[in-house]
Design a binder for this molecule. Structure first.
Ligand code: ACO
Length: 315
């Protein structure tokens, strides 16, 4: 397939590091040096579904396609206001499409998993035009009195439209059950029959373990993807990495031995917006005319589970 349109939408409320010091024992200096984040967009009066629909409409406009041209919609989402309905169904109704749709939850690696599903469905002859929307509000998952986690995240939605083409050169997905590193229990709604010990706690993360896992998994996924496509790291024009921490990005950059200019970063203004981070970065790069036709782009992301993946595509 080929990416023929991109779009994104962000909440209006911007929370700076200094604003967090009003209620947390933290500082702009700690957050900036340890993570690279200066501010993040956080949902206040908006609904995530409205951001998702706005991003989808922008991507369709950019692709010069109409909602009725779509054959499939995939939405990547970890949490929103509802358990059901699927966010993809809400997006389908919001943009006026009538095609089938599905939600996936691969946390931050959702965009790359969605690309693999779209590409595979297309190769199987099932779909031509596919809309992928990643819409996330990780700020809903964190405990806002826990300085170790809440400073990291931001909300937003990013979307792409895919049409037939030969631009995706390789995709590699991987998973490793390291479930004790990053987890959150679902809020309790016990039945009268549950007798096991269940808990109701917000996001918990072993930050240093996640950091090491992320660097290792992303370096390996990117190397496998390049090898599969017969491309060496120097031939790639842009590395768009999941925006979780600038130090993770620099460690992967060192591993690949590539110049920093090839690694666009927007975590400074967005924080980690889970699976939305890759398509938002893609949209911002495209709208700032960073890409030329034929440029090679490698993208990689890792998420809770842990699942991870990388893709190499031609612009
Ligand atoms: N402000 C001030 N001090 C803090 C803060 C804060 N916001 N958070 C932690 N600290 C303190 C700790 O309490 C600790 O103090 P202590 O030594 O007195 O105990 C000290 O800073 C160092 O803490 P570490 O956890 O060792 O700090 P580290 O350098 O590892 O940075 C971080 C923490 C930023 C979380 C880092 O480990 C990281 O980025 N990990 C990966 C996170 C990530 O990518 N998560 C998402 C991945 S999956 C997904 O995207 C859903």
């Amino acid at each position: 397939m080929k990416i023929v349109g991109t779009g994104s939408a962000l909440p209006t409320k911007i929370v700076t590091n200094d604003m967090l010091t009003d209620f947390l024992d933290t500082s702009d200096e700690w957050i900036t040096t340890r993570t690279g984040v200066k501010s993040r967009h956080v949902i206040s009066n908006e609904k995530l579904e409205d951001l998702a629909i706005e991003a989808a409409r922008k991507a369709l406009d950019d692709a010069s396609l109409k909602a009725e041209d779509l054959d499939f919609i995939i939405c990547s989402n970890v949490v929103n206001e509802y358990v059901t309905p699927q966010l993809s169904c809400i997006i389908q109704g919001g943009i006026g499409a009538s095609c089938p749709c599905m939600d996936i939850n691969c946390a931050c690696a959702g965009f790359i998993h969605a690309l693999e599903i779209a590409e595979s469905f297309h190769k199987a002859g099932r779909v031509n035009n596919v809309l992928i929307v990643c819409a996330e509000e990780p700020t809903r998952m964190t405990d806002w009195s826990d300085r170790r986690t809440c400073v990291l995240f931001g909300d937003g939605a990013g979307a792409v439209v895919l049409a037939p083409g030969n631009n995706i050169r390789s995709i590699k997905l991987s998973a490793s059950s390291a479930t004790d590193k990053l987890w959150q229990y679902r809020p309790l709604h016990p039945t009268p029959y549950i007798t096991k010990d269940e808990q109701d706690v917000p996001l918990q993360m072993k930050g240093q373990d996640v950091f090491k896992f992320a660097v290792k998994a992303a370096s390996k996924d990117i190397s496998r993807t390049l090898e599969d496509a017969g491309v060496n790291a120097d031939e790639v024009d842009h590395y768009l990495l999941h925006q979780a921490n600038v130090r993770i990005i620099s460690a992967i950059q060192d591993y690949l031995n590539q110049p920093a200019e090839k690694f666009p970063v927007n975590i400074t203004d967005h924080g980690n917006s889970s699976s939305s981070s890759c398509p938002i970065l893609l949209d911002e790069c495209r709208r700032s005319s960073r890409f030329k036709d034929g440029d090679l782009i490698a993208m990689s992301a890792f998420g809770a589970g842990f699942v991870s993946g990388a893709v190499l595509f031609e612009w």
